[in-house]
Design a protein around this ligand. Sequence first.
Ligand SMILES: *[C@@H]1O[C@H](CO)[C@@H](O)[C@H](O)[C@H]1NC(C)=O
Ligand SMILES: *[C@@H]1O[C@H](CO)[C@@H](O)[C@H](O)[C@H]1NC(C)=O
Ligand SMILES: *[C@@H]1O[C@H](CO)[C@@H](O)[C@H](O)[C@H]1NC(C)=O
Ligand SMILES: *[C@@H]1O[C@H](CO)[C@@H](O)[C@H](O)[C@H]1NC(C)=O
Length: 457
Amino acid sequence: MLLHVLIVVGADVSTVRQPPTIVKQSVKDYIVDPRDNILIECEAKGNPQPTHSFPWGRLTEFFNIGKDPRVNMRKRSGTLDISFRSGERPEDYEGVYQCFASNDLGVALSHKIQLHVSKAPLWPKEQPKPVPVTEGSSLVLPCNPPPGLPPPTTFWMSSTMTSIEQDQRVSMGLNGDLYFSHVLSRDAQTDYSCNARFLFTIQQKNPFTLRVQTSEYNCISIYSRTIPESTPSFLSPLGTESSKTVLRDQQLLLECIAAGRPTPTISWFKKGGELPENKATLENFNKTLRVSSVSEEDAGEYVCMATNRLGSIRHAISVHVKAAPYWLDKPTNLVLAPDENGRLVCRANGNPKPTIQWLVNGQPLNSSLPSHGRQLLGDTILFRSVQMGSSAVYQCNASNQHGYLLANAFLNVLDMPPRMLGPKNQVIKVIENNRTFLDCPFFGSPLPDLRWSACPE
Ligand SMILES: *[C@@H]1O[C@H](CO)[C@@H](O)[C@H](O)[C@H]1NC(C)=O
Ligand SMILES: *[C@@H]1O[C@H](CO)[C@@H](O)[C@H](O)[C@H]1NC(C)=O
Ligand SMILES: *[C@@H]1O[C@H](CO)[C@@H](O)[C@H](O)[C@H]1NC(C)=O
Ligand SMILES: *[C@@H]1O[C@H](CO)[C@@H](O)[C@H](O)[C@H]1NC(C)=O
């Protein structure tokens, strides 16, 4: 049997005053395509509708947003549109931008947006000389891609654009160089060109040609010619130990590449423990160990071992894990009625331990006028018996040398009778004996009690 339930509510929340909240912003490290217009996003909501400004940044040091014909701030948002005609330089707009959104209750801040224009520089002009190498010895062909932004990915091709086949003996390292554990005469049949793939282009380095000297003169026939064997030695990293620092939640990449003939096999272990199961993978013919999403327990000493039938060698890498700040307790908006108490808590962890700095409406808290009933206790602000007029936006900046986290949280002091927020006179169809949820959003300050009752039709 079908029943009908009528919910009687009335709502209008548009008159509730609210300090600004940032709802959209460009990323902290913002790389733009020089061929496009630049869009720096900053949108905020609040009541009254916040106005935006960029009191900070490259832009306003030199130009006035209102006066620069290339810069346009979108209506009802703080998003900047910077448009160029051909021949104009987007690089002039590189710099740090920070958006402030304000209404008469407070000021919310975006994080600092560092704007870079993407770059794909050409390879320096050079004509690599033919590389002489004796058969059986090791070889490293350098790639050294030009420093692009973002950094390019690299790969090796022959000049006829066929890719260089990678195997246990010949493969590319993390730095882009091409490593040969030992060279064979057939390696001279191709030429080798490093390619750098940037965001929008691929650039090719002039190719290397190999001149492989064989020992055939000393031999009876080239078919039985012997290539000397050699014990393993490391091509990368050099020496017997090195160290590496990685940030929490990022990936750890360790690499060991060895010379030798026969081609050494590479194996990995961790001193005093196991390789992190699930998270560790071997790549590039076991020459690379990848640990995804690193945590503190992944710190320690990792050892790679290169082995062939003539011997084996080891290299130890001590891995240190640091951490950019991460939230333990991110402050959340606070709505209080007059004379109520409350708190804003900002707790973050990191390695090194982050320092917490509080701002109110964008100004350092300790330099702002002392506010009655407000107390700063390390990571917490206590409010006692708040009054109308104490509404404000608080910023918490948790920072260490690896980065920072910025949170905005407002204190909104409201004196408002209870009101319903859902649609009016809602009819909900339900099936008899079936479970149903009736939702009743409401608002008021102080927080109202909610009670349900069934009305006779
Ligand atoms: C947060 O604090 C750090 C360290 O003082 C500073 O470098 C960073 O710019 C601050 N972030 C913001 C958004 O103010
Ligand atoms: C890589 O290591 C795994 C396990 O340690 C082993 O089974 C595999 O044969 C190795 N592969 C190569 C190419 O050495
Ligand atoms: C205010 O805060 C800044 C940065 O946290 C600090 O260097 C300064 O000593 C503080 N000033 C006072 C008066 O507490
Ligand atoms: C009965 O209730 C369940 C759970 O609430 C719901 O998924 C289902 O659609 C309902 N059946 C009918 C016929 O309304």
